[in-house]
Write a protein that binds this ligand. Sequence first.
Ligand SMILES: Cc1cc2nc3c(=O)[nH]c(=O)nc-3n(C[C@H](O)[C@H](O)[C@H](O)COP(=O)(O)OP(=O)(O)OC[C@H]3O[C@@H](n4cnc5c(N)ncnc54)[C@H](O)[C@@H]3O)c2cc1C
Length: 402
Amino acid sequence: MNTGVKGEDVLILEAREAVSGATGRNAGHIRPDAFRGFSAFSSIHGPDQAKKIIESERVVLEKVKHFIAAHSVDCDFVDTTTMDVCLTKEFEDYQAKSFAAFKAAGGDVSHVKYYQGNEAKSKSRNKDALSVYEWPAASNHPAKLTQWILSDFIRKGGRIWTHCPVTKVVKHKLTGQFRWDVHTPRGVVRADTVIHCTNAYAPALLPHLINFITPLRAQAHAYVATPPISGEKIIRSTLSLRYSLYHFFSLIQRPNDGIVIMGGSSVKTAEASEQIAASKETYDDGEVSEQMADNSNKQFNELYREPGSTKARAGEGLAHVWTGILGMTTDSVPLVGPIEGLDGQWICAGFNGHGMARIFLCAPGLVKLISGGSWESTGLPECFRSTRVEIKGSESNVRSLL
Ligand SMILES: Cc1cc2nc3c(=O)[nH]c(=O)nc-3n(C[C@H](O)[C@H](O)[C@H](O)COP(=O)(O)OP(=O)(O)OC[C@H]3O[C@@H](n4cnc5c(N)ncnc54)[C@H](O)[C@@H]3O)c2cc1C
């Protein structure tokens, strides 16, 4: 709407409740990748693109910060730092290699602090920490932020129809005025421009993406703070407790109520075998994995139970567990732009579990493209272009690495 499109010309069709997808369920990290993904992105997209991907996430952090401040959005936003806590030699080596490779490619690491030994242990408050990398990041309550954005959209005349799943999008033939008929159980909406922002669910309406975007269930756990992390002892940075690239726990502690949100690792490797069974390629976000919850509880208790206590006091510890569905792409980066062959249809999806560090650049970028802007005007890495997936032959051999 800030580009001149009138509010009343925009309609959001949402299959379920507003903010019921991954965005309303996520762990709240606005955590740009500072260098870690460089090696993996490089192996898929080359070093130039890998560098751009990482740089773009830093821009997103600034954009989110600016947006929230400019609109005074009440979403428990915390401007802080984040730490990658290396808990094994294997992961420490991986980090060191990625750091060196990113730096050698001209990447800016001046904002990244590095600690070893006792300093790493005390910074991360983790006795097993071998080393720690720390850089600027933020946390928030993602459902509150998204509800604010949707309310603002409605204030500006936009409409959202909830519990209104799109079942198909077909060529409009009746009048010459529109390009597409968008079918829902509540009727047909005629439209000239259709944007697919359905993330993991995109292949349901765009079958050519069936092998390109796959669902992966992630799980989050909320804990009532224990004495070692209560009051003044609250954990002020967000953390990624890393045993390996794929075996990790993410953590934020909300300063207003002390609640700790812990996410478990969700991607497959031999090392993270107990996590593998817990994460599933499924669209079902109504179930939780007991195994994943057990792993998370074990980690929380090891780190934050009061020394000497054998069990949590009443009211402390695990409060709630929930799941949500990530949209993983075979080459680890999102799809942004037009859908070739379907003139007037666009996509912004495939965030690989990292939407909070990407969407604030991808969504405005897509709007620029729809308004006739060039790819350069979006500020996005070229490897995000949606046109890399053809409507025919979309099979890809590249597995998601991040
Ligand atoms: C447990 C968990 C923790 C996470 N933690 C983090 C984190 O800390 N930091 C981070 O950066 N990312 C995190 N993520 C990932 C992040 O939430 C996603 O990358 C991001 O929310 C994706 O946003 P989206 O709008 O593309 O998808 P979604 O929020 O999933 O929105 C897609 C919407 O499309 C709707 N839809 C689907 N099909 C149809 C249809 N046919 N018709 C109409 N509507 C339809 C769905 O109902 C849904 O509301 C986490 C995800 C989960 C599940």
